[in-house]
Design a protein around this ligand. Structure first.
Ligand SMILES: Nc1ncnc2c1ncn2[C@@H]1O[C@H](COP(=O)(O)OP(=O)(O)O)[C@@H](O)[C@H]1O
Ligand SMILES: [Mg+2]
Length: 605
């Protein structure tokens, strides 16, 4: 991984480009608290001028003392100078504390502001983004590191302070001898280049390690999660998991050690250079004083200014390098905040029809997932009439869920179109369209919140208590809830203290209640009942059929007992509708459906 000169320059270009992320960052900082930001800025600027002021005062004190020893009287106001120096020292430490206070407030506000921005933005993005592992990596980095950027915000404040201090001290030094300063700057530059080079390599390494880190994360979760505990124990997998974990983390460790070693050697040598330059300048000043060309006060001033300027210049470089470095991390955040959803309402979008008069109609719809080849849907035609309940069946991976994602506009078709009441779905306002659809997916969410919130989530902010309870009765969730110690207020799940976990079937009833709560014109159940036994599923769907009578519904199930309740059964195969009709028609047809039916029926005999 030796860096060629080319990659070194390339990396610099990239880093300078990353500095473009600073203005958006500053905008975020500013938005998160104007008063706090202004207060901090005033403090830092005042603090920056204290070192020069103190040196100037103490130079005059020492010169006064030297004059006194040469037999002259103390200058007038001498003791005021001493008091002034004391005052400056007190002021300096006070300002330092107030700066810390503003920094702490800003850190809180900034973290909150960025977290909310990220959440709000994430909620607008397409499902596609979430299902793309590359994007997901980026989102993870943006999310985790966004709030860490507060260190960078403070670093920007610090660098401004350091620049002002260094400039003010340098002016003092230049006043005595310009090349003293030149010597210092020249000594610091190589150290800066070295430092930032390694910082950049560290960043690249970090990025490269992200996939492995995600794997580690997965192993860690898998090794200690409720969902996996049963299998892990019985299969005796924990040794295998921790072995994998060790192997992968050793890999990362070795890479990190390798970089850290090279960095150690290089930075030690470079800092030696800077130290030598500083002491060279210092020795020169002492020599001049010994020769009598400089006063004691000037010696004190120059020694202090050189030390101060030297540390500040070095710090400017390293702070700046850490800013440049961190601004690379910001690329993830800034790019993330710039991603615009593709599936969005047009400016002239129309509201969804209420009521739906005609129904949905898929016209030669084809679909391929982004970055894949396979045509999951291939010129599919399907109508869902008003008030019709359709059962969709097909083997795993035939595209049933995909069809639901298209119907709900989580994705747009690659070719063909989907009409609702004769109008392309893309013409409707997305949120309004969503509000007309109630969907429960196979992997529905188990909100680790109260039972009430689990249901109210179906129509958040609009559903009253009575509506929630009605929905719970419809889905039979009420029986479950009333058995809980705290009823509707019961916290569910195991994540938080006091939570009660439910069985798969019980969670599923809550999810159904969520769908029933929604004032939706079409209800979709995508195998949410897979974890139920056949009789329970039968009961759920029976109820679903009753409740959706006269409403549009799409239900996806593997069980034929369930499927028979629908007005029409649609068999999906090879990206198209292979057969459709009612149960008897399809059995009589003797095609795929009757084959699958025979197979399942025989397994019950
Ligand atoms: N986000 C995705 N990215 C790429 N391929 C996907 C994605 N989701 C599903 N697929 C693929 O699309 C096909 C259809 O999936 P799906 O609609 O979930 O099938 P079903 O619900 O009928 O079991 C499968 O081959 C699956 O691997
Ligand atoms: Mg599916």
């Amino acid at each position: 991984m030796a860096a060629s000169p080319h990659s070194f320059l390339g990396s610099w270009k990239e880093r300078i480009r990353a500095l473009r992320n600073i203005p958006p960052l500053l905008a975020l900082v500013w938005q998160s608290g104007r008063g706090v930001v202004s207060g901090g800025a005033v403090c830092r600027i005042s603090a920056a001028l204290i070192p020069l002021s103190m040196l100037a005062v103490s130079k005059r004190i020492l010169d006064g003392v030297q004059a006194h020893f040469s037999g002259r009287p103390l200058p007038t106001g001498f003791w005021y100078l001493v008091a002034a120096e004391f005052g400056l020292a007190v002021l300096g430490s006070l300002i330092g504390r107030v700066t810390g206070y503003f920094d702490a407030l800003l850190a809180d506000r900034f973290t909150r502001h960025v977290s909310i921005r990220v959440m709000e933005h994430a909620s607008r993005l397409d499902l596609e983004s979430y299902e793309d592992p590359v994007f997901y990596d980026k989102l993870e980095r943006a999310r985790v590191q966004a709030t860490d950027r507060i260190a960078m915000v403070q670093a920007i404040g610090t660098v401004v302070q350091q620049v002002i201090t260094a400039l003010s001290l340098s002016i003092g030094i230049v006043w005595f001898s310009p090349w003293l300063l030149a010597l210092l700057v020249i000594a610091v530059v190589p150290a800066f280049l070295g430092e930032s080079h390694f910082a950049f390599e560290g960043y690249s390494l970090n990025i490269g390690q992200t996939p492995v880190r995600r794997q580690l994360d997965y192993l860690r979760t898998l090794g200690a999660s409720k969902e996996s505990a049963k299998e892990l124990k019985l299969f005796g997998l924990s040794g295998f998991l921790s072995g994998e974990y060790t192997r992968l983390s050793n890999l990362l460790y070795d890479q990190n050690v390798h970089l850290a070693r090279r960095r150690l050697v290089a930075s030690a040598l470079l800092s030696l250079l800077s130290t030598a330059a500083y002491y060279g300048a210092y020795a020169y000043v002492i020599y001049q004083t010994v020769l009598g060309r400089l006063s004691w006060g000037s010696l004190q001033f120059l020694a202090g200014a050189l030390a101060g300027a030297s540390t500040n210049i070095q710090n400017i470089f390293s702070t700046f390098s850490s800013i440049a470095d961190q601004s690379l991390f910001l690329t993830d955040l800034v790019e993330f905040l710039r991603v615009q959803p593709r599936i969005d309402s047009k400016p002239d979008a129309i509201p969804a029809p209420r009521p739906i008069r005609d129904g949905f109609s898929f016209e030669r719809v084809s679909f391929t997932y982004p970055k894949t080849e396979r045509l999951v849907l291939d010129g599919l035609d399907l109508r869902i009439e008003r008030g019709e309940r359709i059962a969709l069946i097909g083997e795993n991976g035939q595209g049933k869920t995909t069809l639901v994602k298209l119907l709900t506009r989580l994705y747009d078709p690659t070719a063909g179109r989907i009409l609702l009441d004769g109008v392309d779905l893309r013409e409707y306002n997305v949120e309004d369209l969503h509000s007309q659809i109630g969907v429960i997916f196979q992997d529905f969410v188990r909100y680790e919140m109260s039972a009430r919130e689990n249901i109210a989530a179906g129509s958040i902010g609009t559903a009253g208590e009575a509506a929630v309870r009605l929905a719970a009765r419809k889905s039979r969730a009420e029986d479950v809830i009333l058995r809980l110690p705290r009823g509707y207020d019961q916290l569910l799940g195991r994540r938080f203290e006091g939570g009660v976990d439910l069985s798969g079937g019980e969670w599923q009833k809550l999810a159904l209640a969520r769908a029933y709560l929604r004032d939706a014109q079409i209800l979709v159940l995508d195998e949410p009942t897979a974890s139920l036994d056949a009789p329970s599923e039968y009961e759920v769907f029976q109820r679903f059929a009753e409740l959706t009578a006269g409403r549009m519904a799409l239900l996806i199930s593997h069980r034929f007992s369930t499927v028979r309740m629908a007005d029409r059964i649609v068999v999906l195969a090879d990206g198209r509708i292979a057969e459709q009709g009612n149960h008897h028609q399809l059995v009589a047809l003797g095609g795929r459906y009757s084959g699958m039916f025979e197979l399942q029926a025989s397994s019950y005999r």
